[in-house]
Ligand binder design. Sequence first.
Ligand SMILES: NC(=O)c1ccc[n+]([C@@H]2O[C@H](COP(=O)([O-])OP(=O)(O)OC[C@H]3O[C@@H](n4cnc5c(N)ncnc54)[C@H](OP(=O)(O)O)[C@@H]3O)[C@@H](O)[C@H]2O)c1
Length: 250
Amino acid sequence: MTLAGRRVLVTGGSGGIGAAVVAALVREGAQVALHYGRRREAAVAVAARLGGAPVLVAANLAEVGAGSALVEQAAEALGGLDGVVNNAGIFVPAPPTAPWAQWHEVWAETLQVNLVAAADITRAALPHFQRQRRGGLVYVASRAAFRGDDPEYLAYAASKGGMVALARSVARGYGRDNVVAMTVAPGFVATRMAQQVASADGVAKVVADIPLGQMAEPEDVAEAVAFLLSDRARHLNGATLDINGGSYVR
Ligand SMILES: NC(=O)c1ccc[n+]([C@@H]2O[C@H](COP(=O)([O-])OP(=O)(O)OC[C@H]3O[C@@H](n4cnc5c(N)ncnc54)[C@H](OP(=O)(O)O)[C@@H]3O)[C@@H](O)[C@H]2O)c1
């Protein structure tokens, strides 16, 4: 087990990629604080499938300041903190033709949940890591950070681009404290988020530009995250792993 004894907060663990990450980390021996937003029942079910191993922590990351309180809640529940997976995120359309009020609302919420909350969580986690001179952060960004996204999802792509810059800056700034930060950049992953696009555009269109001919599974991303948190990956500090089946090669 590569993560034995590690205490890790995973945001957005109530479903999709986050739930798979929680399972992978528990399998590798980590103690996990499973964060959820609205879906308490789903979070309880994920924890139950893992024998009740993860502790549950709740926070609405759309609320300013919720991220820092969440870190302290997780650290208290776990007796300390060695790692964070910033995974929670939203994918909300705002066509450039939408009324200005709607556009501003989507931009504000998207930046808050996808970027500012991750920054707050990072800031709050750093003192825990610095005290013990050890820590790892993994950010679940997106292919959209590099390739861009459709006009309806400008805010989403911008938030994920910001997340990549955040992770790289943390890697540069805190490596000397033995704190590392890496990013994964998935293309389409078979979760309810991708389902949103598949329902609108059709699955065939979604997979058309994926050379492997299928979306990734949440477990494909989870395996990469578990690896990045392990000691074997420490020299990947600052790196991004693309997980997109070859749909965007850069
Ligand atoms: N699926 C894809 O194709 C894909 C591709 C690239 C990147 N990603 C990224 O992967 C991450 C996970 O996405 P997913 O596909 O697993 O989607 P998902 O199934 O919709 O899960 C999203 C998670 O984020 C949490 N969340 C959303 N808004 C929140 C809020 N205001 N406060 C607290 N938690 C909140 C949700 O918690 P509750 O449900 O409990 O509220 C849920 O656990 C996201 O950052 C996403 O951008 C996904």
